[in-house]
Design a protein around this ligand. Structure first.
Ligand code: ADE
Ligand code: ZN
Length: 350
């Protein structure tokens, strides 16, 4: 067996958890409060009260975004970002993940005074160290922040297009931020730049805005994936469009519950979306902000009645939709077949 398959497969053989994969996590949003506190002290920066009793403090989407922005200011150089990526990925690998993508935000790095090269280089070094230590495979997706305006999103796309030439771990472009601001058409020039550069494309939609925004995002920005997308469930024609086109949804259940998109687990549309034929993946979004991690998202699916074969299917969907080269994708899919046999789970459901 290859070293890189070892931790997840060993767990599967012992009857343990299904191997996991994640497509939707913001790297600054993955920073543990303890790490943010440590860096704030080291760099002498005021945290502004965003951490209390070891947890982030916020109360709605706007104050969450403000806390997230503030936390990101504590990362001041390549070494800080290296540590962040290494910490995040080794934790994921130990929990049973075989593949992870994370969003990076050149605008957040610039706000912290970190040049784009140092930001990307530090994160890439963290990925390489985590792979050496655990075998986990990872890639980065640069995002534009929609509430910073369309020309900044276009600048983020140019950043992604130029830096992807030199850094093969940067493989995608996406759109995040406050969905209540701007329309998909505003961001079409940015997505044209990223598409022309051969990057994979995804965009947040159907989180705080409704199903129509999901439709327009797919039609206008031509993304193969949608971040969240859960509110598509409000319009059967949009759900049908997603299923017909095979658009992959990066579903983040605990994020939706923490941000009040749904009042409780029973109201969350994970099951109706899967039953309508949508290709769904499970993701943690900004894990310590929402008191979650990827294993908790898979546990959410288990408690919603998805068996180990179904959960393996979520992982397969993620790997099939990953912004990764074909040789790596095939190797990861092969690992899943072995895991399915070890778990006694069907290898093609989900
Ligand atoms: N940036 C970080 N987390 C986000 C979320 N859940 N939605 C939109 N933008 C984000
Ligand atoms: Zn997100």
């Amino acid at each position: 067996m290859k070293a890189d398959a070892a931790p997840a497969l060993a767990r599967a053989r012992s009857g343990g958890a299904v191997p996991m994969a994640e497509l939707h996590c913001h790297i600054e949003g993955a920073a543990r409060p303890a790490l943010v506190l440590e860096l704030a002290e080291r760099h002498g920066i005021d945290l502004g009260g965003i951490v209390r009793d070891g947890a982030y403090v916020w109360h709605d989407f706007t104050s969450f975004l403000a806390a997230y922005d503030r936390a990101s200011l504590m990362f001041r150089d390549a070494a800080d970002y290296c540590r962040l990526a290494e910490d995040h990925l080794t934790g994921l690998a130990r929990a049973g993940a075989v593949y992870a993508e994370f969003f990076i935000s050149p605008d957040h790095a610039a706000s912290a005074g970190v040049p784009g090269d140092a930001y990307l280089g530090g994160l890439a070094e963290g990925i390489r160290r985590a792979k050496t230590a655990t075998g986990i495979e990872a890639r980065m997706i640069a995002i534009g922040v929609r509430h910073l305006e369309a020309d900044r999103v276009e600048a983020a796309a140019r950043f992604a297009a130029t830096h992807a030439v030199r850094e093969p771990l940067l493989t995608g472009f996406g759109l995040a931020g406050d969905e209540r601001i701007g329309t998909p058409r505003d961001f079409a020039p940015a997505f044209d730049i990223a598409r022309d550069a051969g990057l994979g494309l995804t965009a947040h939609a159907g989180e705080f805005d409704g199903a129509q925004n999901v439709r327009e995002t797919v039609e206008i920005l031509q993304t193969s994936r949608i971040g969240h997308g859960v509110r598509a469930v409000e319009a059967p024609d949009v759900v049908r469009m997603l299923a017909d086109k095979g658009i992959v949804l990066e579903v983040c259940p605990h994020s939706n519950l923490a941000l009040g998109v749904y009042p409780d687990a029973a109201s969350h549309p994970l099951r109706p979306l899967v039953e309508a034929g949508c290709r769904v993946t499970l993701n943690s979004d900004d894990p310590p902000f929402f008191a979650t991690d990827l294993a908790a998202e898979y546990a959410f699916a288990a408690s919603a009645g998805f068996g180990s074969g179904d959960r393996l299917g979520f992982t397969r969907n993620a790997i099939e939709a990953a912004f990764v080269d074909e040789a790596t994708r095939q190797r990861l899919l092969q690992q899943l077949v072995v895991s399915a046999i070890a778990l006694g789970a069907p290898s093609s459901s989900g």
